[in-house]
Design a protein around this ligand. Structure first.
Ligand code: PEP
Length: 252
């Protein structure tokens, strides 16, 4: 049985006051015996302080991105070692906003994945198709390409300490989630593709769904056999919503 994960991606939101309020509320109402693993990914500047607020409790700390280089003259970048140093356990790589807004290539994303693992951070590798890809019947082709570049660079065994998030670009922040059936088809495809290289690793890899997950649709998405939790954007900024999503993941 794969332990579900619920990860909150705060994107470029929050203030020190908002963050403290949100963490306090999450911790005070956190279910005693949550089956799901939970983490939050604040913006870089707040990582250390949010880590302190989390007080080694049940919620882990993750970052939203990482530099592919280990250190040096890369102004504006943040290395995997730095993320580790401030207490991160996870880092998102290849989020669609990085791929499409900042034109990160599949190769760069794969190098970020490798850089994270080199410092014992668990990468959350995001993959997902644009609406035009889906409409043209190219969803699997796009996902396979994004996944294969990482598998080629890092090897399938790298997935033993990684998480994958399927995030259809057309569903992110749009309020239009994939249906549970649409999500399951792609999740099963991802698992099969990994399984072609190593069946045991494929069965153990956790594949999260992301894209307009809310308290109201989380349970039906997480009920799908290959959906192992969620990467949550907007709804992770609201304690009520986020805790309800966590409860849905815990009761699957
Ligand atoms: C995300 O940012 O990864 C995401 C899935 O956003 P939202 O839940 O707001 O669609």
């Amino acid at each position: 049985m794969r332990r579900p994960i619920v990860a909150g991606n705060w994107k470029m939101h929050g203030t020190r006051v908002d963050n403290a309020r949100l963490i306090e509320e999450l911790l005070s109402r956190y279910p005693d015996r949550s089956i799901a693993q939970c983490l939050v990914c604040p913006p870089f500047v707040y990582l250390q302080e949010v880590g302190r607020l989390l007080r080694d409790g049940p919620i882990g700390l993750g970052a939203q991105d990482v530099c592919a280089e280990a250190q040096g003259a890369f102004t504006g970048e943040v290395s995997a070692a730095m993320l580790k140093d401030v207490g991160c356990g996870h880092v998102i790589v290849g989020h669609s906003e990085r791929r499409w807004v900042y034109h990160e290539s599949d190769q760069l994303v794969a190098r970020k994945f490798a850089a994270a693992q080199a410092r014992a951070l668990v990468p959350i590798l995001c993959v997902g198709e644009q609406l035009s890809d889906r409409e043209a019947g190219r969803t699997e082709e796009v996902i396979a390409r994004q996944l294969d570049v990482v598998l080629e660079l890092c090897g399938v065994s790298a997935l033993e300490s990684a998480v994958i998030a399927y995030e259809p670009v057309w569903a992110i922040g749009t309020g239009r989630s994939a249906t549970p059936e649409q999500a399951e088809v792609v999740h099963a495809f991802i698992r099969e593709r990994i399984g072609a290289r190593d069946a045991k690793i494929a069965m153990a890899t956790r594949i999260l769904y992301g894209g307009s997950v809310k308290a109201g649709n989380a349970a039906e998405l997480f009920d799908q056999p290959d959906v192992d939790g969620g990467l949550i954007g907007g709804a992770s900024l609201n304690a009520e919503e986020f805790l309800a999503i966590l409860a849905a993941a815990g009761s699957r």
